[in-house]
Design a protein around this ligand. Sequence first.
Ligand code: NAG
Ligand code: NAG
Ligand code: NAG
Ligand code: NAG
Length: 579
Amino acid sequence: MNMLPSILQTWVVMFLVISPTLFAASVSRVDSYSSARKRHLREKVRKMFYHAYENYLTHAFPHDELKPLTKSFTDSLSELGNLKLEHLPQDYSGSALSLIESLSSLVILGNNTEFERGVLWLSDNLTFDVDARVNLFECNIRVLGGLVSAHILATDSANRLVQGSYNNQLLTLAEDLGRRFLPAFNTPTGLPYAWINLKYGVIESETTETSTSGCGSLILEMGALSRLTGDPIYESVALRALRKLWSMRSSLNLVGTTLDVTTGQWIGYSSGIGAGVDSFYEYLFKAHILFGKEDFWRMFQSAYLAVQKYFRHGPWYHEADMRTGKATYWQLTSLQAFWPGLQVLVGDIAAANSSHREFFYVWQKFGVLPERYLLDHQIIHPTEKYYPLRPEFAESTFYLYQATKDPWYIEVGESIVNSLNSYTKVEGGFASIRDVNTMQLEDHQHSFFLAETCKYLYLLFDDSFLVDRNIIFTTEGHPLPVLSSWHEKLPEAYIPANWTFPKSESQRRRRESAMTLQVCPATTLSLNHGDQQIESACHIPDVRGDHRCLSDEDCGVDSTNCRKRSCSTASYCGLWLVT
Ligand SMILES: *[C@@H]1O[C@H](CO)[C@@H](O)[C@H](O)[C@H]1NC(C)=O
Ligand SMILES: *[C@@H]1O[C@H](CO)[C@@H](O)[C@H](O)[C@H]1NC(C)=O
Ligand SMILES: *[C@@H]1O[C@H](CO)[C@@H](O)[C@H](O)[C@H]1NC(C)=O
Ligand SMILES: *[C@@H]1O[C@H](CO)[C@@H](O)[C@H](O)[C@H]1NC(C)=O
């Protein structure tokens, strides 16, 4: 199987080569200074991972998650997303969730022995034939994604299993799970139910309400499962749901947050980039990278432009009504912190950097990120004042450092590591914070702390796992390889080598997005002497270089705020206030 050059890596290379040569000398000095510091921080993260992992093994395994304060366990797979704790199973004793979630991190930390031990235990002992009602989205990203990714790592010749006794058992388990998901898709619209009983399918009188991310964040895992097994059913149900969801967008290309799977009608019209929607955007773009389908790019591009246009306010993102585009809630949520990371993949570094700084400002103000922060009042939401060890801010910091190599992001990472160690580390693991005002703890170590928080921090300080690998991370931080055999034939402009490696010297000096050529396919970029910088993936230049115009048609889209420019009475393109 042929690996394309790493997309992330080549983009990184591109961003590196654009740094003006003037800075080259000082950059390398900074680099060697920070490499000792990076090693030191990497070792701190390694200790964090093992502290969390070994306490899980000792006190909770094979149950789902660790309760670090009481050194006990919770079989939480059936509780994830189940705020009212309805229909809890009678005799379910866990699926070793935190072990499944740790497998890819173990490989990234270079612990193949422990990886193999985990793989063999699961092969022997894991079963999905349990009477437990689980959240399809959560089970997909954590369990299916964890198994599929670990299967790929187990068969990757670079991490040969020590005893060589792997016989595709994880893929068999993944396929068994994938098959148990299928009844959820049996609705008039093809949009899946949010809940499925692993043994009995959709239960009677199941709720028909689900979320946008619940329907729109299945394609990576289900698609990978289809490619690996050769059975197209998983990819096709996920794709059908995604297309249906996309067809429900408003004329502004916005989606809502909640919907009904039988009628295909929206329930909640307000949406943003946080809870209930976030990974829908992420998966449109990552599906484009993983499967090379132009279709995903077109959907993502429209969706992304609408987000930048209707949700963004300077570095902040508020919520808006999908029908009118009018702002609804001015809130920063901890989950939104993934967005700058996605923007790095898109190539929108400047926008990513400015939002990331605001998140860091809030992080420093409280020591961690509160779940919800009211931007209009500058206070924490009265009930959502917790910090459950979420990874999103660390994830974006990792992506921004990859793209810029600016040592400032290492400092941000150090601050995250210090906060986690001083506020959340207890003898029995790492505990969530119940209230960021008082730093009162809660008895729960979420599996994503092992799958994502520790992994992204580790990769921030040591990215050797990424070298010579072309991978994307799922929304749960599980790596999937970008394989040319999974790619549809792409049009020439989309062939990575052509849009990630700038050809000429003048091109290299421009800070242009890897995706610029596709965002503005009708525009030929003038490549002589890059003094005019293109900073945003939504940038569309004015038709005439001197910005003169006869009508609005002659004007492009502003590179910094993604607003359409219009033609003034004096015949110049600009962002004129329209009353
Ligand atoms: C691998 O993980 C096991 C279990 O946590 C640990 O005992 C062992 O020291 C680790 N090995 C390495 C090389 O880190
Ligand atoms: C499966 O679980 C049993 C009981 O915990 C254990 O004895 C056995 O070693 C496990 N299988 C593997 C391959 O680890
Ligand atoms: C990020 O923002 C800071 C502050 O505005 C600026 O100094 C820095 O150069 C920016 N970095 C990038 C890569 O845009
Ligand atoms: C890139 O584009 C050129 C023509 O512009 C084409 O000849 C070449 O094959 C493309 N590169 C790859 C890797 O396909």
